[in-house]
Design a protein around this ligand. Sequence first.
Ligand code: PLP
Length: 404
Amino acid sequence: MGSPGMNFPNSEFKPLDPEEFRRQAHQMVDFIADYYNKIASYPVLSQVQPGYLLAQLPQNAPYLPESLDTILKDITNSIIPGMTHWLSPNFFAFFPATVSTAAFLGEMLCTSFNSVGFNWLASPAATELEMVVIDWLANMLKLPKSFMFSGTGGGVIQGTTSEAILVTLAAARDRALDFIGSENIKKLVVYSSDQTHSTFMKASKLVGISPKNIRSIPTYLDSCFSLSPVLLRRAVDADVASGLVPLYLCATVGTTSTTAVDLLGPLADVAKDYGIWVHVDAAYGGSACICPEFRHYLNGVERVDSISLSPHKWLLSYLDCCCLWVKQPGLLVKALSTNPEYLRNKPSDCDSVVDYKDWQVGTGRRFKSLRLWLVIRNYGVANLQNHIRSDIRLAKIFEGLLKV
Ligand SMILES: *Cc1c(COP(=O)(O)O)cnc(C)c1O
């Protein structure tokens, strides 16, 4: 039912009236704060059966407006009981999905501006803030200058690791096909370990790698499930001997099953001998490397081609925020750029700016760097390091409990 004061269905319907926005948004913030207060009282894993919601909600959209009060009642009665509460303090599945007030406030700004910064001109601040923040995080991780805008590389915020792997695979593929000819795409081979995230297989197929050329090298408990450079070289040699072309290695710092770490230096040494593009998937574990005592897990990173890390996992940033750094942005742009008449403009034509549409799959993009910027500024590197260290202390306590 429509409530008094609503501007519909008369002719003065105003979807974004600032005063109405203020009133309803305050109400929503209260609702969310109450949810956070109550969250520990819900069962972490939803208790509903498949189809429970379809049976509760009407099959047709309402023709007349409904009030926020009515909608929030349905959230409480129908939606919340059907949720798995990822933010519950009792949630221990998968990986953490850490969040924070600062990131939430950044998300509010991101959404409120609705800036669609596909190229520099479409929203200069969106592009340049992303460049600043991605360099900040690179500095926090002590990445070499070769990955930074202030050096010779650069970075971009992708949605997920899957996209980071997909776009770097596309760049590596096109570089290789320039040499061997696109008719030879079925000769390209990609490498990972049997611990690598399944998204690598998906991305490889998406860029046209033949499924029989996706190598998954076995790992063993006695090397803590780390990918062996010896086994990698053996696999690559066998492929070269049979006329195939090694293309790309996806190494992992912090695997999904056991947070195993592949040693980047020795793997990069093998890759270098064959011109293989090395990508580092540090989605979860990489965040720990903002602490000097854990930075050694990235030793050798100066010799790889690209690295991705998702602050939405361990750096308080809400989904989705996956940072990708590359040494040769030009290769990404070459693989992904488009230049339609309706997006042409002077700064882009002069190559004087970064147009992030050429660094990602889609065209439109949100002002997501605001979230990460607020997190880093509002907490400071010191608190982010404290957050990592405190989690690791808890993990050590848990390890001690398991050992007895
Ligand atoms: C979580 C995780 C992924 C998947 O990340 P998405 O951002 O959901 O695509 C990939 N690799 C590792 C090591 C992960 O921990």
